[in-house]
Ligand binder design. Structure first.
Ligand code: SF4
Length: 399
């Protein structure tokens, strides 16, 4: 049955969908297709093969077939705002262009009033604040409790998606609390969900090279597991194109789906490539456009138990993000309005994209924009308010 939330029995839909020639003419992809038809998982070994397989259009077709079986031509987005709490951080991850030392001239820490003031101008057109920041050397849990309580008091309709796993670990350590007690207190104060940032690659030898001192792979997964067990939904992410191998990308996906088998608490997977400059991680093996889309597609194929795959526009830019919607992604983030982490790293993604423009972007790949809430529990078909005066050649409108 199909609803705005998608198709409840997507496997049946998948089995009866016509198999594109780019799959049926390829022995390896046909094998993957048959496995999925038989309700079997694409194993880690097959996932590694997918990362090395040269039939890219066939991989996109398989991912897109799964996406269409789950959601038809719906693409989800939300109306949100990013607010970063502080750029001061006690760590110095090698890929990070955002963090500053406490004495840096551009270092900042928002107090509660300043935080609320950042939300206020957008409050009547968003329903989510996405809020992460550095590991502040002085803040303890009381600061975040006050932040969330006051936000809920001022903006009761706005959901708070906030804190990466390492921020939670840092707050717990600074406040001498367990991870569980930290999450319970933050949730009681108004935290609704976790955005999932900081997963990077869940292989410790990679983490030691790019983000030494951050939480280990097991700690990242365990913090999310504790959140899921407390009924706090989370997203999960992957930063690729640094020093990892193709095999390690597949291992990362495998670890996420194993936790999801246990907890079913991940809503959405958000993969994004490292954005380089001349100073950070000069040895990074940067992801090409093909690789970016391949990661999106293989995520869709391997992550059979994580419902949504996001095209993260703030990192990819609108044009690549729209291509990702043809390679298995079903969700695009968001109106955003303000963003620092990716823009400090060199992103040129526009920040003034409103819902009308976002829906136009979704329609440009022959999809239907569906507005969702943070927790993917409320959906509505988005109707553009303005007439579309932009001109396109007829091919843009072909089904
Ligand atoms: S990625 Fe996060 S933890 Fe690492 S240096 Fe940047 S702000 Fe700090």
């Amino acid at each position: 049955m199909s609803t705005l939330a998608g198709i409840s029995d997507w496997q049946t839909e998948f089995k009866r969908s016509k198999v594109p020639f780019s799959i049926s003419s390829d022995a390896f992809l046909s094998k993957c297709h048959t496995l999925i038809c038989n309700d079997q998982r694409i194993s880690l070994e097959l996932g590694i093969q997918l990362f090395n397989h040269n039939n890219l259009s066939g991989i996109f077709a398989l991912a897109n077939l799964i996406k269409n079986s789950r959601y038809g031509n719906y693409v989800y987005f939300n109306e949100n705002l990013h607010v970063n709490t502080t750029n001061i951080c006690v760590l110095a991850c090698r890929f990070c262009a955002f963090r500053k030392g406490p004495r840096h001239s551009e270092a900042y820490s928002l107090n509660v009033k300043e935080y609320l003031e950042q939300i206020k101008p957008f409050a009547n057109r968003i329903d989510e604040v996405h809020s992460v920041g550095g590991l502040h050397p002085e803040w303890t849990i009381e600061h975040y409790e006050e932040l969330y309580r006051e936000s809920k008091k001022s903006f009761p309709n706005i959901m708070i998606k906030s804190l990466t796993a390492v921020e939670i670990k840092h707050i717990a350590n600074r406040s001498e609390l367990s991870i569980e007690d930290t999450l319970i207190r933050l949730s009681d104060a108004g935290l609704d969900s976790l955005p999932g940032g900081g997963a990077e690659i869940l292989v410790d030898s990679v983490r030691n090279r790019i983000c030494h001192g951050k939480e280990s792979s097991d700690e990242y997964l365990n913090i999310h597991k504790i959140a899921h067990n407390l009924d706090i939904s989370t997203n999960c992410t992957m930063l690729f194109g640094t020093v990892e191998t193709l095999e390690e990308r597949a291992i990362h996906l495998d670890k996420l789906r194993m936790l999801q088998d246990e907890t079913n608490g991940f809503q959405c997977f958000v993969p994004y490539p490292f954005l380089p400059d001349k100073s950070r991680l000069p040895e990074a093996q940067l992801a090409s456009l093909n690789e970016i889309l391949r990661v999106i597609a293989i995520s869709r194929i391997m992550l059979d138990n994580i419902p949504h795959i996001k095209a993260y526009r703030m990192n990819l830019g609108s044009k690549v993000a729209s291509l990702a919607l043809l390679a298995g992604a079903d969700d695009i983030d968001g109106t955003v309005n303000h963003e620092e982490i990716m823009h400090e790293a060199g992103s040129m993604a526009r920040l003034d994209t409103d819902s009308d423009e976002l829906s136009r972007l979704i329609e440009s790949v022959d999809s239907i924009p569906i507005k969702r809430n943070t927790l993917y529990t409320e959906f509505s078909r988005y109707q553009r308010k303005l007439n579309d005066h932009s001109r396109r050649l007829p091919i843009s409108h072909q089904p």
